[in-house]
Design a protein around this ligand. Sequence first.
Ligand SMILES: NC(=O)c1ccc[n+]([C@@H]2O[C@H](COP(=O)([O-])OP(=O)(O)OC[C@H]3O[C@@H](n4cnc5c(N)ncnc54)[C@H](OP(=O)(O)O)[C@@H]3O)[C@@H](O)[C@H]2O)c1
Length: 262
Amino acid sequence: MAAIALVQGASRGLGFEFCRNILRNKDPGAVIATCRNPADATELMNLVGQHPGKITVLKLDVNREDDVKDAAEHVKRVFGKVDLMINSSAMLHPSGKGETSLRDVSAQGIISTLTTNTVGPLIMAKYFAPLLQKGSGAFGLQPPERAKHHAGIIVNITAKVGSIGDNGLGGWYSYRMSKAALNMATRNLSIELGRSRPRVVCVSIHPGTVNTDLSRPYHSNVPKDKLFSPGYSVHCLMGIIESLNIDKTGKAYNWNGSELPW
Ligand SMILES: NC(=O)c1ccc[n+]([C@@H]2O[C@H](COP(=O)([O-])OP(=O)(O)OC[C@H]3O[C@@H](n4cnc5c(N)ncnc54)[C@H](OP(=O)(O)O)[C@@H]3O)[C@@H](O)[C@H]2O)c1
């Protein structure tokens, strides 16, 4: 059965690049690209024009549970399964900049960041898990033992700064907390969806520091060779995704495939 991939947060940045990469390299049955304002997602709409019949764009604000539910019902009706779901959307902070000290912390800033970056992906998993359980293992590597085969894959795009073990710098309270909590959601999902038959693989992956709007305020601090293009980052991340199997579930990975400490 042809592969069905869903990219949540596909209007720009890495989410858009995932759509482009999968269309170019996988010959999928369909890419379902969700974003909150399709009319403003110019690049994505151009991509639709270049791949007629291959991309379905659905309006989905990850902060609105009804949007997620409606999208899942639509995907169930039209496609009946999802092989890969990538949760890419996130924000650094409503102000566009991470907090540098406690003085900058506001309840509203933290709540908005956690709502989008943590609660959103978990609500996506809630409504799409039944469709991922119907996946045909079109992404990742199936081991020889049938008992170890997986159905779908959930990828939550995390950030290295969400690693508690790796945090030596501090700052960015909202973003760091949102990604640390997202990693906990990944781990929990891997346990629950790893018990079901067929099983769903759930991982967090850090894309490196990538030249997108999210990181733009900090680009001048990043050495040129450490600032990846979205194309390069997604190429690396798709390599990791295509090597996943049930033995690799419940972990966080760096863009180069090494494991990140929680
Ligand atoms: N860039 C980096 O250096 C870097 C490093 C580590 C991790 N990451 C992670 O990589 C992922 C992708 O980030 P990016 O760099 O591609 O950022 P980006 O270019 O700023 O794109 C952010 C995306 O999130 C979407 N979004 C924000 N709030 C949303 C909501 N409520 N509902 C639906 N979509 C929403 C945006 O949609 P609109 O167009 O509608 O605003 C946009 O598509 C994020 O999870 C980020 O944390 C990035």
